[in-house]
Design a protein around this ligand. Structure first.
Ligand code: HEM
Length: 410
C-alpha cells in the first residue's frame, strides 16, 4: 500500500510553481524535484524551464540563442504588453542585445570593469564597509539590509558612474518595482507600480545625464557620454539603457549576495568560525555563497529556431528560463554534498550565478569584492553576532533576497 501511494504520488503531473507556500524562504526542495523529475520543463503559463547544470550551461553559451525580446512570442502572457507599455521591448542594454550590437557596447562598457580597475576600488569599499559596521556596532542591534547590504553596492555603483546625490530611498523603491518585472508572474498592482517607477526612473536618468554633461568628471558616466558624443559608437537611447542597467544591476543583485550570504553564514556557525579565523578563505567563501544562494535565481534566452534538448524540441520564439539556482546544486556537477554549504569547496567557483558565455556578468569582480569585504569584515568585527527573529524576504522570484535581517552584535 505504502508503495502504491509512493508511486502514484511521484506520477502526479509536476509543474513549476514558484508561488507555492514556502518557496521564497526555501526554494531548494521544489527546484531539486524539478531537476530530478522534469529537467526540461514546459511552463504552464508559457516558455520552458531548465534545471540541470549541463543544460543550463550549454544553453547560456549557445550562440544560436537570442536575448532580444522582439524575437519571442509572448503568447497570452500579459508580460509582452507590459514590456511594450514600458518601452522595454526594444531595450538596448547589453543584457538585452545580441551581437553585433552587444559586442560593440560591451566593449565600450567593459573597460570600467577589468579586474585591475575593480581591485583599485578595494580601499574605498573597505572604508564604506567599516563606516557601516561602526553604525551597526553603535546600535548594538540593527537591520543589516538597510545598514550594510543595500547601501554598499548602491554607493559604490553611484560613485563609479558619478551620479549626483539623490534620494536613495526613493530610487530604491523605483528600482525594486522595476526589477519585479523580471518575475514571470505579476499582480495588476505590481504592473501599475512597475510602469510608474519605470517612468520616474527614466526621467531621473535623463536628468542625471543632462547634469553630467554640465559636470563631467573622471567617471563611467562621463566616459559613456563621450562615447555617445562620438555618434556612431553609442546612440542616445543606448546611452540611457546602459546607465540604467549598470545602475540597477549594480545594486539589486549584490544586496542579495550580502544579505542572504550573511544570513547563511549566521545559520552555519561552524563555517562562520572558520571564516573568522582565516581571512584567506574570504574569496572561496564568497564563491560558495554565490553558488549556495544564487542571488539571481534564473537567467533567460530566446530560441530563434527549434532547439533539441534531451528528448524535447523547444520551438522557435520560445522563452527559456535557465535556473541558475537549480544548476548550482546539481549533484551531478557538485556531488552528494551539493546541497550543503562548504566554504572550502574546491570547485565552488564553477557555479553559474553570474551566467555564462557572452553575457557573463560584467560586474562579477565588483560583486565579489563587495561580498568578500562586507561578509569577512562583518563576521570578524562581530564574533557574537546572532539573528534576531525571522528574516523578511523581498517576495521576488528572480532576485530572491531579504528586505530585512535583524542581527544583534553586542
Ligand atoms: C552578486 C551580484 C551579481 C549577480 C549574482 C549577477 C548576475 C548576473 C547574471 C546572472 C547576468 C546574466 C548572465 C547571462 O544571462 O548569461 C548578469 C549580467 C550582467 N550584470 Fe550582473 N550580477 C551581479 C552584480 C552585478 C554588478 C555589481 C554589476 C554592475 C556594476 C552587474 C552588471 C551586469 C551587466 C551589465 C550584465 C549584462 C552583461 C551582458 O549582457 O553582456 N552585475 N549578471
Amino acid at each position: 500500500m505504502a508503495d502504491a501511494e509512493t508511486t502514484s504520488a511521484t506520477e502526479e503531473p509536476l509543474f513549476l510553481n514558484p508561488l507555492q507556500d514556502g518557496f521564497m524562504e526555501n526554494p531548494w526542495p521544489h527546484l531539486a524535484e524539478m531537476r530530478e523529475r522534469e529537467p526540461v520543463h514546459p511552463i504552464l503559463i508559457g516558455g520552458w524551464a531548465l534545471f540541470r547544470y549541463d543544460d543550463v550551461f550549454s544553453v547560456l553559451r549557445d550562440p544560436a540563442l537570442s536575448v532580444e525580446d522582439r524575437n519571442a512570442d509572448f503568447g497570452d502572457l500579459s508580460r509582452g504588453d507590459l514590456l511594450e507599455e514600458m518601452g522595454e521591448l526594444d531595450n538596448a542594454s547589453i543584457l538585452n542585445l545580441d551581437p553585433p550590437d552587444h559586442t560593440r557596447l560591451r566593449h565600450l562598457v567593459s573597460k570600467a570593469f577589468t579586474p585591475r580597475v575593480i581591485e583599485a576600488l578595494r580601499p574605498r569599499v573597505e572604508e564604506l564597509v567599516d563606516s557601516a559596521l561602526d553604525a551597526i556596532d553603535a546600535a548594538g542591534r540593527a537591520d543589516i539590509v538597510s545598514g550594510l547590504a543595500f547601501p554598499l553596492p548602491f554607493d559604490v555603483i553611484s560613485e563609479m558612474l558619478g551620479m549626483p546625490d539623490g534620494d536613495k530611498d526613493q530610487i530604491r523603491d523605483w528600482s525594486g518595482a522595476i526589477v519585479k518585472t523580471l518575475d514571470p508572474i505579476l499582480a495588476p498592482e505590481e504592473i501599475r507600480e512597475a510602469m510608474a517607477a519605470n517612468r520616474s526612473m527614466a526621467d531621473h536618468i535623463d536628468h542625471v545625464i543632462e547634469w553630467k554633461r554640465e559636470n563631467p568628471g573622471d567617471d563611467l558616466l562621463t566616459a559613456l557620454i563621450d562615447a555617445e558624443d562620438d555618434g556612431d559608437r553609442l546612440s542616445e537611447k543606448e546611452l540611457r539603457d546602459q546607465v540604467s542597467v549598470l545602475f540597477i544591476a549594480g545594486h539589486e543583485t549584490t544586496v542579495n549576495l550580502i544579505g542572504t550570504g550573511l544570513l547563511e553564514m549566521l545559520r552555519h556557525p561552524g563555517q562562520a568560525e572558520e571564516l573568522r579565523a582565516d581571512p584567506g578563505l574570504d574569496a572561496g567563501a564568497v564563491e560558495e555563497l554565490l553558488r549556495y544562494v544564487a542571488p539571481v535565481q534564473f537567467s533567460r534566452r530566446i530560441t530563434v529556431t527549434d532547439l533539441e534538448i534531451g528528448s524535447h524540441t523547444i520551438p522557435a520564439r520560445s522563452f527559456i528560463q535557465t535556473w541558475l539556482a537549480a544548476a548550482n546544486r546539481d549533484p551531478e556537477k557538485f556531488g552528494d554534498t551539493a546541497n550543503e554549504l562548504d566554504i572550502r569547496r574546491p570547485d565552488a567557483a564553477q557555479h553559474l550565478s553570474f551566467g555564462s558565455g557572452i553575457h557573463y556578468c560584467l560586474g562579477a569582480s565588483l560583486a565579489k569584492l563587495e561580498g568578500q569585504v562586507a561578509i569577512g569584515r562583518f563576521l570578524r568585527r562581530f564574533p557574537h553576532a546572532r539573528l534576531v527573529g525571522d528574516p523578511i524576504w523581498n517576495g521576488r522570484m528572480n532576485l530572491r533576497g531579504l528586505d530585512q535581517l535583524v542581527v544583534d552584535v553586542s
